[in-house]
Design a protein. Structure first.
Length: 131
């Protein structure tokens, strides 16, 4: 599992330190805490942006990774019908797309590429430049 996004759990209760600006500071602090809580209560994983007009098309193939040990490094939020995962295996990577549908999810994958290549595609996918 990727251990990220959990670094904000260190809110400290404020006791003393009263000054002219304390009230204002506390408002800011509460706003920060409220937005942090909203994030925690909502979605933790990123969503893909809406497709851009000049959106490129990735080629999606039937699953070929079945016999490989694959590590999912990052993924998009499962609140959306379509979930994307960046998968790594033996120094190579690909993106897996799962469309959560009834009765069974439909899974496809991109071709395998170098980590660098696939991370670039991943970024473009999240930004809505590729689908
Ligand atoms: Zn979500």
């Amino acid at each position: 599992m990727l251990n990220s996004g959990s670094g904000d759990s260190s809110f400290t209760a404020t006791g003393g330190a009263e000054s002219e600006n304390a009230a204002l500071g506390s408002v800011h602090r509460q706003a920060a805490i409220a937005s942090a809580l909203a994030t925690i209560a909502g979605c933790l994983s990123p969503h893909v942006a809406a497709m851009r007009r000049d959106c490129g098309r990735l080629e999606w193939h039937a699953v070929r990774s079945g016999r490989h040990r694959v590590r999912v490094v990052v993924w998009t939020c499962s609140c959306r019908a379509t979930v994307y995962e960046l998968c790594v295996s033996g120094g190579r990577a690909f993106i897996r797309r799962t469309v959560q549908a009834e009765p069974v999810a439909v899974v496809c994958e991109t071709a395998w590429g170098s980590l660098r290549e696939v991370w670039q595609i991943w970024a473009a996918l999240l930004a809505g430049s590729f689908r």
